[in-house]
Design a protein around this ligand. Structure first.
Ligand code: NDP
Length: 342
């Protein structure tokens, strides 16, 4: 679409994800364009606006955020703030009658997430949670293949999302701003992916948390968490996430008649897919190659298409509510040491 016909987005919060991934990704979008910025740092925002062809008068601060209502070029906002601020800004965006794309995790609790979906419904605006992996071609192919039934029933899913973190001065270590530690930040990909693969909701969870002793970073939030999800079909997902283990972001599915490995499943790039299936007495193992596309651009274009066509996004607010509900059960299990039914 020519720029004037694309859906105009206001990017809210100019941190690492915005500057390094989202704003560059707009350059690869076909249906969306950035038309406004919201930031607490006016000088940075002015500079970024100039770099992306955004009008200086379309740069807002948090205090005058509500003025976006008057800017008709803004059809949607993309909330890329610390998790603890998502609720407030989604509510304010809905009040300004703008459609909302909100970063994951959607909020810091199920209650907040519910408030956000209710506010957007009441205002008649679309709400999408930015589960980028659900727009990434390899993850989509794994979901398609599993759901097609070609490889039979799923027995096990194994999903890992680990990385190491920097110093203690980040909002990610503060419960009020982050909502939790590794679980809502990166373990969420394991959970969301298991649900998406199976198209089912877990009925039982069991979890353990491990924190290093005397590390000031882990006074409020968890470092490492392992959780098991049991699904109605009998499939079990074993998930592990940590802020204290060398980076690995892999997804493995074990099915009756084959297996699928997706290396770097939850990474920004570098997905590698291998697949094995049995035919009679022989087993075939193959590498699957798909064209590489920017998953952030695909995700943003999806939201733009939904706004333009009045459609419900593939990952609407209700997806976020469901993940928060399961995460709360996971924390409850870790706290009590017992399985929790859902
Ligand atoms: P950063 O800390 O890099 O950026 C957050 C930005 O929010 C800041 O730069 C600042 O922007 C603004 N902000 C406003 N109030 C505060 C505050 N009290 N403390 C800190 N920052 C504040 O975070 P990220 O960009 O890494 O993460 C932002 C969101 O994106 C989170 O929800 C995170 O979970 C999500 N995310 C998603 C990823 C994905 O792959 N989908 C990857 C990384 C993050 P300004 O100076 O402009 O006001």
């Amino acid at each position: 679409l020519p720029p004037a016909e694309r859906v105009g987005f206001a990017v809210v919060g100019l941190g690492r994800l915005s500057l390094e991934e989202i704003l560059p990704a707009f350059g690869e979008c076909k249906r969306a364009r950035p038309v406004a910025l919201v930031s607490g740092s006016p000088e940075k925002a002015r500079l970024v606006a100039a770099q992306h062809g955004i009008k200086p008068e379309a740069v807002y601060g948090y205090a005058d955020f509500d003025r976006i209502a008057e800017n008709r070029e803004i059809q949607a906002v993309y909330i890329i703030l610390p998790n603890g601020l998502h609720r407030d800004y989604v509510l304010r965006a809905a009040k300004a009658r703008k459609h909302v794309l909100c970063e994951k995790p959607m909020a810091t609790s199920t209650a907040e997430a519910r408030e956000m979906t209710a506010a957007c419904d009441a205002a008649g605006v679309r709400l999408m949670v930015a589960y980028r992996c659900q727009y990434e071609p390899y993850n989509r192919e794994v979901i398609r293949l599993v759901r097609s039934g070609e490889l039979g029933a799923v027995r096990f899913i194994e999903a890992t999302n680990t990385q190491t973190m920097g110093t203690a001065d980040q909002w990610r270590f503060r419960k009020a701003l982050a909502g939790g530690g590794a679980l809502p930040d990166i373990g969420l990909y394991c959970l969301n992916s298991a649900r998406a693969l199976l198209g089912e909701e877990p009925v039982e969870v069991f979890a353990r948390i491990t924190n290093p002793k005397d590390d000031p970073r882990y006074r409020e939030v968890e470092e490492s968490i392992s959780f098991m999800l049991r699904f109605p079909s009998g499939a079990i997902a074993n998930c592990a996430s940590s802020y204290g283990a060398h980076e690995s972001k892999d997804l493995r599915v074990r099915l009756e008649k084959g297996w699928i490995d997706l290396e770097n499943a939850f990474a920004y790039e570098g997905q590698q897919m291998r697949l094995a299936h049995r035919e009679g007495k022989t087993e075939a193992v193959e590498s699957v190659r798909l064209s590489r596309e920017n998953q952030f651009a695909l995700e943003i274009d999806h939201m733009a298409a939904c706004v333009a066509q009045g459609r419900t996004p593939h990952t609407p607010g209700s997806e976020g509510v469901q993940d928060h509900q399961v995460m709360e059960a996971i924390y409850r299990s870790a706290e009590t040491g017992a399985p929790v039914s859902l």
